[in-house]
Ligand binder design. Structure first.
Ligand code: MTE
Length: 321
């Protein structure tokens, strides 16, 4: 039986999901979803303060890019996770990530850009408004969820580093801390976890760096303090606890691609027509729908085809899986 560790936030502190959703609808009706203002200095500080874990994030703006599908519960999203740095079981990240320290946090920016350097998380976030993005998440293992993230458009962050014309790809890396991440003491995957995007994918308005969930800071098991969210790709592209961003000329090799290249490719676009070598990708199991609920058809690019299909024109998606 799984022993569930309570979320990092005491449940009394978590905004009730129905209250959270009502507030969001109110903001939308009141037309407060407008073009973003920068984070207030207090919010930037809150995102990085050691004692900031439990406070609700202020000023998170609704986005027209959100799905209207109802989100999964906090419980689903924070106890059914993949984060192999904390173990391979779905409950392991919630159970084993209590010693992980996501604040203070710095990110190394390097490679083909004019503004490389080591940036404090609060400086990375300060010029941007936080947006709520309710996105479908489709794991390559054929389960899915709907998650209300808070984050900033990835492209807006990356442009500030002024990538040059040789920057064709972006390579992201997760922090390497075996002393805090027990899974990294075993060779489950080549550590640290690495992922990559083409520069066009990284600049697409749907791609975000998420720092929050359900109006709160990200819990450790969901990739605190900052994780990628690219909703048209399989979940494993959404690298957690990012501490390095590198602009590169050559296509990076991700951890899963390095581990099992015949099963996990660089693109990893959700595609019901290209099966995993060991299972079908035609349907998926929505988490939270109950054990006996029907599977639902998987949608091309996870339902975001209208927005992203143009990125892959002329590319053979069977070969570039
Ligand atoms: N990032 C790191 N660093 N390590 C991981 O094991 N798992 C990936 C992705 N990001 C993973 C990771 C996979 S397989 C999925 S499906 C998503 O995170 C799961 O995100 P969630 O637990 O927030 O739902």
């Amino acid at each position: 039986m799984l022993i569930r560790q309570p979320p990092a936030v005491p449940s009394s502190e978590i905004t009730d999901e129905s209250v959270y959703l009502q507030r969001r609808d109110f903001l939308r009706r009141a037309g407060l979803a407008g073009a973003g203002l920068a984070l207030s200095p207090s919010l930037a500080a809150q995102l990085t303060a050691l004692e900031g874990d439990t406070a609700p994030l202020e000023g998170v703006r609704p986005s027209p890019l959100s799905t209207t599908q109802p989100p999964n519960s906090w419980e689903d999203i924070t106890t059914y996770n993949n984060f192999y740095e904390f173990g391979t079981g779905k409950g392991d990240p919630a159970r084993n990530s209590g010693d992980f320290r996501p604040r203070p946090w710095t990110v190394q920016v390097s490679g083909e850009c004019d503004k490389p350097g080591t940036y404090h998380l609060e400086d990375l976030l300060a010029p941007h408004a936080l947006e709520e993005r309710i996105y479908r998440l489709r794991c390559v293992e054929a389960w899915s969820m709907v998650v209300p993230w808070a984050g900033i458009p990835l492209g807006d962050m990356l442009k500030r580093f002024q990538p040059n014309s040789r920057a064709k790809f972006v390579r992201f890396k997760t922090v390497l801390r075996p002393e805090e991440m027990p899974g990294q003491r075993r060779s489950i995957l080549p550590w640290p976890y690495v992922e990559g995007l083409t520069i066009a994918e990284a600049m697409h308005p749907l791609a975000i760096m998420a720092v929050g969930l359900y109006g709160r800071l990200l819990p450790n098991q969901n990739g605190a303090p900052m994780r990628l969210m690219v909703p048209w790709k399989y979940g494993f592209k959404n690298i957690k606890s990012v501490d390095s961003i590198e602009f590169v000329e050559r296509q990076p090799i991700s951890s899963w691609e390095r581990a099992i290249p015949s099963e996990y490719g660089f693109y990893a676009n959700v595609n019901p027509e290209v099966n995993h070598p060991r299972w079908s990708q035609a349907t998926e199991r929505p988490i939270g729908a109950g054990l006996f609920a029907d599977r639902v058809p998987t949608r091309m690019f996870n339902g975001y085809a209208d927005q992203v299909a143009h990125l892959y024109q002329g590319l053979d998606l069977r070969r570039n899986f």
